[in-house]
Design a protein around this ligand. Structure first.
Ligand code: ADP
Ligand code: 5GP
Length: 213
């Protein structure tokens, strides 16, 4: 089978709904899936490694990269800058590898409006309830109570953009949500725009057809 183009798979959710957990599971499911490591000006959390979860940059460094056109998209979230470096994304999708993004609604909008937008697949993850969202944020044990309160306040802002996404999933049971993601990604990889080789195949069919008639 001929080569396909990679998809830009965007996962967004209010903080705590489970998108990082689902992103990790997707990477285990498909070892060829590349994760778009964002740049951020926020401080690393315990256990976060520069170049793995994020590229941790100073504000001047971040702004320089934006000014030089090195970010596919960028946004100001929870008082810090976040952005997706463009170079690795372009290289991956041209090589036929999908790229996974954990970005907010502003990132989704900018990627969709970029020149790579026709290869974007966006999925919004909703929590089963706001009560459960708070429970997950608390059980993650990564943030101070005031940070959790700030994230909870912001969660409705993020949820209010759910209608802009291609797919919307309620992350009730983790295994079930992951299975739904496999179905969506499996189907979207077969989109016509993802398979440029089809043009040549149809031309060959046409030639064969004309030779027969
Ligand atoms: P996000 O990346 O959206 O901020 P995380 O993936 O860090 O969220 O998930 C927040 C917490 O909720 C983590 O402790 C994670 O293990 C837990 N979690 C994620 N999905 C589920 C689920 N379906 N059921 C129960 N707990 C979940
Ligand atoms: P956190 O600080 O919890 O890692 O991320 C906070 C929020 O920033 C999340 O909603 C996450 O999706 C978003 N985010 C992370 N990286 C990027 C990025 O590169 N671009 C945009 N637009 N949002 C991002």
């Amino acid at each position: 089978m001929a080569e396909r183009r990679g998809l830009l798979i965007i996962l967004s959710s209010p903080s705590g709904a489970g998108k990082s957990t689902l992103a990790r599971r997707l990477m285990d499911w498909d070892g060829e899936l590349a994760f778009s490591v964002s740049a951020t000006t926020r401080a690393p959390r315990a256990g976060e490694v520069h170049g793995r979860e994020y590229f941790f940059l100073s504000e001047p460094e971040f702004k320089k990269q934006v000014a030089e056109g090195e970010m596919l998209e960028h946004a100001y979230v929870f008082g810090h800058f976040y952005g997706s470096p463009a170079g690795p994304v372009k290289r991956s999708i041209e090589a036929g590898h999908d790229v996974l993004f954990d970005v907010d609604w502003q990132g989704e909008q900018q990627i969709r409006n970029s020149d790579l937008g026709k290869h974007a697949l966006s999925i919004f993850i909703l929590p089963p309830s706001i009560h459960e969202l708070r429970r997950r944020l608390e059980s993650r044990g990564q943030d101070a109570p005031e940070v959790i309160a700030k994230r909870m306040q912001k969660s409705w802002d993020e949820i209010s953009h759910w209608g802009a996404y291609d797919y919307v999933l309620v992350n009730d049971d983790l295994d079930a949500t992951e299975a739904r993601l496999h179905t969506i990604i499996g189907a979207e990889r077969m989109r016509r725009e993802q398979q440029p080789w089809l043009n040549g195949h149809v031309r060959a069919l046409q030639t064969e057809f004309e030779e027969m008639t």
